[in-house]
Design a protein around this ligand. Structure first.
Ligand code: NAP
Length: 308
């Protein structure tokens, strides 16, 4: 089968750090075009808008949306209208309700819509899921703390409505939690810390339950400097597991059982090619639903102003 001809929309940090290198490495996919208002990618066709790209290059098979979430729906709808498969960066939309019509549209057109959660492709996540599948889980603690200045330098959109603030990384933790726990959970409370000069939170504390005794707590904080913390710990009848480094390393009772090199975006593109070949879509909104619930139940606390 010939390579899936992929175009990228939104050439920013994640497109350059991950999508473009993975598209060059993974067999069965290839980058043929990009659209971005200000940026270009060397060696391929570049367009200033998605409409110009879809009109100018009818041979494109699929579009990978690497823009901020605010324009995700409009770009995805345009690509589906033009008969292209669509890969959505996380989060899959700015709202929950905008995603369902996209999924219905893709199904109607016989196209693949893939709402990616890159952290689910971290190398130790599947081992953690298998460990927990038959465990009695008492308590889960999530600690996701990073330096916003390092990961989102000068990104104004992330602090605006729809940008998610600290939930931009926090949703990665929730995408892992929802993938590894054998039962669904629901939010019971949240506290959101907003810098006085920003529309989105810089830190959040969340509590979840499953109604059957499981307790899950999560702390997200963007003010961490030095080493970053991306850990999920679970106490079970089979032992205590720690999934650390964003899902890369798994320890059981202090012994490392899984520690492989990171290859999240290669995994994403291999899976996308498989979904397209099999004529399937994959659209799981559960991490975004938990974030929406955190805003619904959130107690707002004002903290020190944040300056880039
Ligand atoms: P970014 O560096 O700001 O890049 C996004 C690009 O999208 C911009 O450079 C911009 O390029 C284009 N764009 C189109 N419409 C835009 C609009 N209305 N406002 C702002 N930019 C617009 O952001 P990013 O870090 O790559 O994040 C993009 C998505 O990837 C987000 O959903 C984020 O959650 C996700 N993600 C990011 C990371 C990370 O480490 N940064 C990791 C995983 C996932 P033009 O100006 O040329 O149009």
């Amino acid at each position: 089968m010939s390579d899936l001809r992929i175009a990228i929309a939104g050439v920013g940090k994640i497109a350059r750090d991950q999508h473009i290198p993975s598209l060059a490495r993974v067999e069965g996919v290839g980058l043929v075009a990009a659209c971005s208002r200000n940026a270009t990618v060397k060696g391929i066709a570049n367009f200033p808008t998605i409409e110009a790209m879809l009109d100018g290059m009818p041979e494109i098979d699929a579009v990978a949306l690497c823009t901020p979430p605010g324009v995700r729906h409009a770009y995805a709808a345009a690509a589906l209208r033009a008969g292209k498969h669509v890969l959505l960066e996380k989060p899959p939309g700015a709202t929950l309700s905008e995603i369902e019509p996209l999924a219905a549209f893709a199904a109607e057109k016989g196209l693949t819509l893939f709402a990616t959660w890159h952290s689910r492709f971290a190398p130790a996540v599947d081992a953690a899921r298998r460990f927990l599948a038959d465990a009695v889980i008492g308590k889960v603690e999530v600690e996701w703390k990073e330096d916003v200045r390092h990961w989102h330098p000068g990104q104004a959109w992330i602090w605006e409505p729809g940008g998610l603030g600290v939930f931009d990384p926090g949703i990665n933790a929730l995408s892992i939690v929802t993938a590894i726990l054998p039962q669904p959970i629901f939010l019971t409370g949240s506290t959101l810390e907003f810098p006085g000069n920003r529309a989105q939170p810089i830190a959040a504390t969340l509590a979840f339950a499953d109604g059957r005794g499981l307790e899950v707590s999560a702390v997200f904080d963007w003010r961490q400097t030095g080493p970053q913390t991306w850990d999920i710990r679970a106490d079970t009848d089979k032992g205590r597991i720690v999934l650390s480094s964003g899902g890369s390393v798994l320890t059981i009772d202090g012994t490392v059982v899984s520690n492989a090199p990171e290859a999240e975006y290669d995994g994403i593109y291999k899976h996308f090619a498989r979904l397209v070949a099999e004529g399937r879509s994959e659209v799981d909104v559960s991490p975004l639903r938990h974030v929406a619930d955190a805003f619904l139940l959130g107690r707002r606390v004002e903290v020190e102003a944040f300056h880039d």
